[in-house]
Design a protein around this ligand. Structure first.
Ligand SMILES: *Cc1c(COP(=O)(O)O)cnc(C)c1O
Length: 273
C-alpha cells in the first residue's frame, strides 16, 4: 500500500475534485474567534444557525460536525430504528444510505429519472411496504427533486421525509429555498470543501418542528440537556448545575471558529452559486 504522503502528492498532480474559495475576510473572522475564550460551545454557533435559518426560511437549525453527522442525527430524531425500511436514491454519496444503517434501518433504492438523476416519485410508491418509515430524497448536483409529489406520497403513507440537500445549498424549488423544509420534516446540508460553502468539515439539520429541534440539540451533545422544560427527574429546587441525560447522544458539536468561517462564507453563497 502506498504511504499517505505519496497518495497526497499523486493527488496534487491532477485537477482537484473540489477547491474552496477563502479570502482575507474569512481568515480574519476565524482568527478573531481564536483570540476569544469561546472556541467551542460559544455564541458563533447560534449566529451561524440563525444565518442559515434566515437564508433558507426554516425555523430551526442545528449545526454539527459534518453532513454525515447531520444525516445520522436526522435519522434518529425522525425515529428510524431497527427493522425500518427507508427509501432513498441509488445515485448519491455513501452517507445517504450509511445514515440509515447507523440508525438500524435498511436502505431501499427507488430508481431515478433519466433526465435529472433524481429519485422518481412513482418508483418510491412502488417500494412502499408496511415497514417503510421514511424517504430520503437526494437533490442530485443541486437540482431539487419533485418535492411536491414526494411530500404528497409521504403524507398519504405517514412517512418522514429527510432531504439530503448536500449538493443544493442556494437552490430554489417552486419559489422557496431548498432547506425551507416546506415539503419535508428535516433537510441537511454539508460544508465539506467540495460543497458550495465550507467550514472545513461541517453540516446542519434544518426543521420547522420544535420537537425535532429539541431532540436534535440533545443528540448533538450526548443526549444531555440543561433545558428545564425537558427534565423528567428534577425537583423544583434543582440547582443551576443540574443537567439531565435524556437519550443516548453523540459529540457532534461544531466549533465556534468553524461557524465564524461559515457565517463569512454564507454571505458569498449567491456569488458562488
Ligand atoms: C457530501 C455529501 C454528504 C456528506 O457530507 P459530509 O459533510 O462529507 O459528511 C451526504 N450526502 C451527499 C449527497 C453528499 O454529497
Amino acid at each position: 500500500m502506498a504511504d499517505r504522503q505519496t497518495i497526497i502528492e499523486d493527488d496534487m498532480r491532477f485537477i482537484p475534485y473540489g477547491k474552496q474559495s477563502l479570502d482575507k475576510k474569512d481568515i480574519a473572522d476565524v482568527m478573531s474567534v481564536l483570540k476569544t475564550d469561546w472556541i467551542t460551545q460559544g455564541p458563533k454557533i447560534n449566529d451561524f444557525e440563525n444565518a442559515l435559518s434566515h437564508y433558507t426560511g426554516a425555523k430551526y437549525a442545528v449545526a454539527v460536525t459534518s453532513g454525515t453527522a447531520a444525516l445520522h442525527l436526522a435519522a434518529i430524531a425522525g425515529g428510524i430504528s431497527k427493522g425500518d425500511e427507508i427509501i432513498t436514491s441509488p445515485i448519491t454519496f455513501a452517507a445517504s444510505s450509511n445514515s440509515i444503517l447507523y440508525a438500524g434501518g435498511r436502505p431501499v433504492f427507488a430508481d431515478v429519472q433519466s433526465d435529472t438523476a433524481n429519485i422518481e416519485p412513482k418508483e418510491i410508491e412502488k417500494k412502499i411496504t408496511g415497514k417503510t418509515k421514511a424517504i430520503i430524497p437526494v437533490h442530485f448536483s443541486g437540482q431539487s427533486c419533485e418535492m411536491d409529489r414526494i411530500s404528497k406520497i409521504a403524507k398519504k403513507h405517514k412517512l418522514i421525509v429527510i432531504e439530503d440537500a448536500a449538493h443544493a445549498l442556494g437552490s430554489l424549488y417552486k419559489g422557496s429555498k431548498v432547506g425551507s423544509c416546506k415539503y419535508s420534516d428535516m433537510t441537511i446540508f454539508s460544508f465539506h470543501p467540495v460543497k458550495h460553502i465550507t467550514t472545513g468539515e461541517g453540516g446542519v439539520v434544518l426543521t420547522n418542528n420544535k420537537k425535532l429541534y429539541e431532540k436534535l440539540l440533545m443528540l448533538r451533545s450526548h443526549g444531555i440537556t440543561k433545558d428545564k422544560s425537558l427534565f423528567e427527574n428534577a425537583d423544583e429546587n434543582c440547582g443551576a448545575w443540574y443537567h439531565e441525560m435524556r437519550m443516548l447522544g453523540f459529540n457532534y458539536r461544531i466549533t465556534d471558529f468553524q461557524c465564524a468561517l461559515g457565517i463569512s462564507q454564507l454571505k458569498k453563497l449567491d456569488g458562488f452559486v
